[in-house]
Design a protein around this ligand. Structure first.
Ligand code: ADP
Length: 257
């Protein structure tokens, strides 16, 4: 009789704890959902005024080029305004992507592509940014690495890795390589910059997470999370090998689809 009672008490207690856990879990789920919903609404609301602001500033910059006497006075502030608008635009685009991904609304437009051609093309467009940062970008592309992917999402991943390599690359040369490997395609971006401490190497792929040492660089810590989600949507992987002070190599492996 005594033993039965103890078992009975034990079960009620366990049940109580389970219920508490379930309630906590529901609360956490609800708060994540509410946060994602807020993110989605806020980023959509920000996008419209921001686009109009960018266009107005670009228009101003164009008119200013026709009025050299005014240009000297106004150009520097306009440059700052344009730069900050671009920065905001990047953030809002990243937030929009985060909300698309968390709501399972990341749409892929799959077509047959040559990865090497996509990389070469994008590099040409990013050359100016690299040069301005004093970075040499070296290409090593295997000819014709064909597969089925979404071009703009692929470019987005590469652009994120490359702009990080430029940002954290300490002005040293950067290597971008593409290889075909049977049913898979691979590309990697290697820099020789500040590197990433071992304990941060997984964390940086999470949302809003950044290595402690980079607080003074601009950025929001969303790029790599988005990049990993895109690569996963292709059925691929993205990994980093890095050592502080020696640089980082980010490698993306993709099934050819
Ligand atoms: P952001 O660069 O906007 O902070 P990311 O998600 O692209 O966001 O990167 C997250 C963090 O990963 C960065 O803040 C930085 O700490 C680290 N990181 C990414 N790429 C590199 C790199 N090539 N070298 C060193 N650290 C890097």
């Amino acid at each position: 009789k005594h033993a039965l009672l103890i078992i009975f008490r034990d079960i009620t207690r366990r049940k109580h704890i389970e219920e508490q856990h379930a309630a906590l879990y529901r609360e956490a789920e609800e708060s994540i959902r509410a946060r994602d919903e807020f993110l989605s609404i806020a980023s959509h609301e920000l996008k419209t005024p921001l686009t109009s602001l960018s266009l107005k500033l670009q228009g101003l910059a164009r008119s200013l080029r026709k009025a050299p006497d005014l240009a000297d006075k106004i150009a520097p502030s306009l440059d700052v305004a344009l730069r900050q608008t671009r920065r905001l635009n990047t953030l809002v685009d990243e937030l929009l992507d985060v909300s698309r991904i968390t709501q399972g609304r990341l749409e892929l437009r799959i077509e047959e592509l040559d990865l090497s051609a996509v990389v070469e093309d994008l590099l040409e467009r990013m050359q100016e940014t690299a040069t301005r940062a004093g970075c040499e970008v070296r290409l090593d592309l295997e000819a014709s690495v064909v597969g089925r992917w979404d071009r703009s999402r692929l470019e987005q991943v590469l652009m994120n890795l490359l702009s990080n390599a430029i940002k954290y690359g300490a002005g040293k040369p950067i290597d971008v390589c593409v290889r075909g490997d049977g049913a898979q395609a691979r590309f990697w971006v290697r820099d020789r910059g500040i590197g990433i401490p071992a304990e941060d190497q997984e964390r940086i792929f999470q949302r809003f997470e950044r290595a402690v040492s980079v607080r003074h660089f601009g950025g929001f810590g969303l790029g790599l999370w988005i990049a990993r989600r895109i690569v996963e949507a292709f059925g691929g992987t993205i990994v980093v090998v890095s050592a502080p002070g020696e640089g980082s190599t980010f490698t993306v492996t993709l099934p050819r689809g």
